[in-house]
Design a binder for this molecule. Structure first.
Ligand code: PBG
Length: 329
């Protein structure tokens, strides 16, 4: 028996005030983490061809962006360095330099903004290696796990010493969360958070990012021996379970939109803070659609970001963060 006309779901949609009243999901600037790319120099901005509208910035420019983020109500910046070519080597040793680009950017942001903004740092060796892989290679070119974990611990401690608030390992090595947590505890960094890239897939959506950090041209092969198979969901839940058991404060799913089912399942199963990374290729797709007249940029941005929250994300890493914050502000 139909309940129509007693039940008309269009009734609550009929006016803007009513839609506002019944809205289930609210997106705010406080849900956003803004990833930025750091480069050498002073007063430098460099366009990134495959990421239209996103530019690398020198340390001083990044500090200014941090101030902009504070003004827009964005609570956190994620830093990625474009290491000069001559400083890249087989082992990514520049990752351990206390004065590397990453550490200088952390200090500049903290000097400019203090506690007004959080600084999230990427823990992985790919911006520092001459081969573009996230870890150390054996003779066969395989990324070795345990020696890489040791290097990641040193990298994370270097970032924590420079003032990082959240260290975020994006490397997908086994056991790195426990090792980094232990290292942080032992060195007086008990309050530094760990956001685990827990379910990170071997995705075709990372291309523009690799251009941005200058690793794309160096990378031979792929990252499928450590990043996950896009076909797998149960494995993502196991990754999350392990990272939580090892001491992660929050977990991330990456890429974003094609993996909203994973966000949802992680949230329902573990009831912990889950973040999603709307990655570079997703940003580029929206920009390409807007440029082609296939969609309205602002509407696409707000709809996709709202979808992350509806799926259960606590927040989203997105290159559209400043635009979205302006639209929401
Ligand atoms: C590497 C890293 C990648 C991204 C963040 N950290 C690329 C990769 O795994 O090759 C991708 C982010 C993006 O595409 O926006 N550790």
């Amino acid at each position: 028996m139909s309940s129509y006309p007693n039940l008309r779901l269009r009734r609550t949609r009929a006016s803007a005030w009513s839609r506002a009243l019944y809205r289930e999901t609210v997106l705010t600037p406080a849900d956003l983490i803004w990833p930025v790319f750091v480069t050498e120099g002073q007063g430098v901005t460099e366009e990134i061809g495959s990421l239209p509208g996103v530019s690398r910035g020198s340390v001083d420019v990044i500090a200014a962006r941090a101030k902009e983020a504070v003004a827009l109500g964005i609570p956190c910046l994620a830093l990625f360095p474009n290491t000069p070519g001559h400083l890249r080597d087989e082992d990514g040793s520049e990752a351990h330099n206390p004065d590397n680009l990453m550490c200088r950017a952390i200090r500049a942001i903290k000097d400019a903004c203090g506690e007004d903004i959080g600084v999230l740092t990427d823990v992985a060796l790919d911006p520092y290696t001459s081969h573009g892989q996230d870890g150390l290679l054996d003779e066969a070119g395989y990324v070795v796990n345990d020696a890489t974990v040791d290097a990641l611990v040193q990298q994370a401690l270097n970032q924590a010493s420079a003032g990082a608030d959240i260290v975020a390992p994006s490397d997908m090595m086994d056991g790195r969360i426990a090792a980094i947590r232990e290292g942080l505890e032992e060195t007086g960094h008990a309050n530094v958070q760990l956001m685990a890239y827990a379910a990170k897939y071997a995705s075709a959506f990372y291309g523009p990012f690799r251009d941005a950090v200058g690793s794309g041209g160096l990378l031979k092969g792929d990252k499928k021996t450590y990043q996950m198979d896009p076909a797998n969901a149960e494995e993502a839940l196991r990754e999350v379970e392990l990272d939580l058991a090892e001491g992660a404060d929050s977990v991330m799913v990456k890429p974003g939109l094609p993996y909203l089912d994973i966000v949802r399942r992680v949230k329902e199963m573990f009831q912990v803070p889950v973040f999603a990374y709307q990655v570079s290729g997703e940003y580029a797709m929206i920009e390409a659609a807007a440029a082609a007249g296939a969609g309205d940029r602002d509407a696409l941005v707000l709809e996709t970001l709202t979808a992350f929250k509806r799926a259960g994300a606590s927040g989203v890493l997105t290159y559209h963060a400043p635009l979205a914050a302006k639209l929401l502000g």
